[in-house]
Design a protein around this ligand. Structure first.
Ligand code: MN
Length: 266
């Protein structure tokens, strides 16, 4: 089958399968991703899928079809949290939700190239209200940030372009700064004999947009467009690294969070 544009429809399920392969999901999940629209869009039944590809794959494909039947007309109608609970309950296999999230990402990648329309906005709104928080809750940040950035690009292209351009202009400064911080931190950790993997951490456009909105900040006063990550083996080592970091750079009042002592919802 082809889309109206002439593009073969198979491009879509293949892209969804590739996204999941990059997340190292298992073979039945990749197969189900390839087949996820087959029952909906062709005369082939779940039974036939089971015969050809086994019970596991057919159960996953069936779970996806059931998910698609939940109507999310407006997230404001019922609380988004209830929708999320329903999604989780309906999908007894977590892999169904992961395929759905990858499907959303692929749908948004496609929508971003389409003409602006009310329907396109509704898709993006739903993605931000339902699917991004779901990805966050499941800890699949690769899908979360892509859903958020693509949705923002659809819903508010002007602010998206402004942030993207600003990040781009400052890229060299930022990269130099991060490289310097990583070097200093590595030297200090080596000296204390703490084993850690240190890297610069990319910040996504939506998270910057959120910060600006929540704190009513402008670009100039945004601190956390620069981020560094240190991965250590346990909590004790984590606090040791924190002590070393605070010794090198004083924390800003009101800008310090401890998610071990006070965990986030996800
Ligand atoms: Mn699909």
């Amino acid at each position: 089958q082809s889309r109206r544009s002439g593009e073969p429809y198979i491009v879509h399920p293949v892209a969804v399968a590739c996204t999941l392969a990059r997340l190292h999901l298992d073979a039945p999940t990749i197969l189900a991703a390839l087949l996820h629209d087959v029952v909906e869009d062709t005369t082939i039944t779940t039974k036939e899928i089971e015969k050809k590809f086994g019970k596991q794959v057919s159960v996953l494909v069936d779970g996806l079809s059931k998910l698609d039947k939940i109507e999310f007309q407006s997230a404001e109608d019922a609380q988004a949290e209830n929708f999320r609970k329903m999604l989780l309950a309906m999908a007894q296999d977590m892999r169904v939700v992961l395929i759905k999230l990858a499907d959303q990402v692929q749908g948004l990648r496609h929508a971003v190239k389409a003409e602006p329309s009310a329907q396109r906005n509704a898709v993006a709104r739903l993605a931000v209200d339902i699917y991004a928080p779901l990805a966050n809750r499941l800890g699949v940040w690769q899908l979360k940030w892509e859903i958020e950035d693509l949705s923002l690009r659809i819903l508010d292209p002007e602010i998206y372009q402004r942030i993207a351009r600003w990040l781009d202009e400052k890229r060299n400064d930022r990269e130099k700064y991060i490289a310097d911080v990583v070097l200093q931190l590595r030297a200090a950790l080596d000296e204390s004999g703490v084993a850690a993997e240190i890297s610069g951490r990319p910040k996504h456009i939506y998270s910057i947009y959120n910060k600006m909105r929540n704190k009513e900040l402008d670009f100039a006063s945004l601190y956390d467009v620069r981020a560094v990550r240190a991965i250590v083996k346990d909590i004790k080592a984590c606090y040791t690294v924190l002590g070393i970091v605070h010794n090198l750079w004083a924390p800003l009042p009101g800008e310090f969070d401890d998610y071990i002592a006070r965990p986030k919802g996800n």
